[in-house]
Design a protein around this ligand. Structure first.
Ligand code: C5P
Length: 227
């Protein structure tokens, strides 16, 4: 199938408090977006749509050219919206006509290994379902009301959702066209439209860089010997 990857990178990065939109914060000498695009560039993809913060389209293009080199003409850059869901919708509107399978990926999951992309694409291809990479939940979970613990939650049937999440393009577009509320991820929106969702194995390296501690972790993973 012809695969497109939408890389959502339009978040403000408020929780990272690094003074720049998150995608342009450096991990090592390279920003989060560049690391994310290096992973995407290793996947079998016919189009890449980067959804950038307003005013940073040129910077996104620069990172795309560094990551894709002479394949840079497969990259489109569009401006995102107020919410992640609006940003994905902006990316969908930029897909080329012949794209059959769409992956939606958080730029903030900058160290996602290429084999995760391959597993997601293969399962969409095999099943025609939406596909989410998952990891087991490691923390013990509690249901709480304010400061009070109501009950423990059995974590055995739970999984933590990651990206890239993959979909047959036509089904994801119709699910977005009819979505009546904000969802926290694309497979939730897709399932609410009545479509099946399958899981594949995610990877610990696909963690989302959200807080300063996450950025430290990414830095140490790239430079394990640095102080
Ligand atoms: O805020 P959060 O970490 O959940 O964002 C996940 C991904 O969605 C990030 O890569 C971020 O850049 C992107 N995003 C976006 N547009 C928004 C909000 C988040 O592209 N309005």
């Amino acid at each position: 199938p012809r695969v497109a990857v939408i890389v959502v990178a339009a978040g403000s990065g408020t929780r990272l408090s690094a003074g720049a939109p998150k995608a342009f914060v450096g991990i090592d000498e390279l920003p989060i977006l560049r690391h994310a695009l290096d992973g995407v560039a290793a996947a079998p993809t016919a189009q890449v749509v980067i959804v950038a913060p307003a005013g940073r389209e040129g910077d996104a293009r620069t990172e795309a050219e560094a990551a894709f080199g002479d394949r840079s003409d497969l990259v489109s850059v569009v401006v995102g919206g107020q919410t992640r869901q609006q940003s994905v919708a902006a990316g969908l509107a930029a897909l080329w006509a012949d794209v059959e399978t769409v992956l939606v990926h958080d730029a903030a999951r900058a160290l996602t290994p290429p084999d995760v992309f391959e597993r997601v694409i293969a399962e969409v291809d095999r099943s025609g379902a939406g596909v989410v990479p998952v990891r087991p939940v490691v923390d013990t979970l509690k249901r709480v009301t304010g400061a009070a613990v109501d009950e423990a939650v059995d974590r055995a049937p739970l999984a933590a959702a990651q990206t890239p999440q993959g979909f047959p393009r036509a089904l994801l577009e119709s699910a977005y066209a009819t979505a009546a509320e904000e969802f926290t991820d694309d497979t939730a929106l897709f399932a609410a439209a009545g479509h099946p969702v399958h899981t594949v194995a995610g990877d610990d390296l696909s963690f989302k860089i959200t807080t300063p501690a996450d950025l430290d972790r990414a830095r140490h993973l790239l430079r394990p010997t640095a102080a």
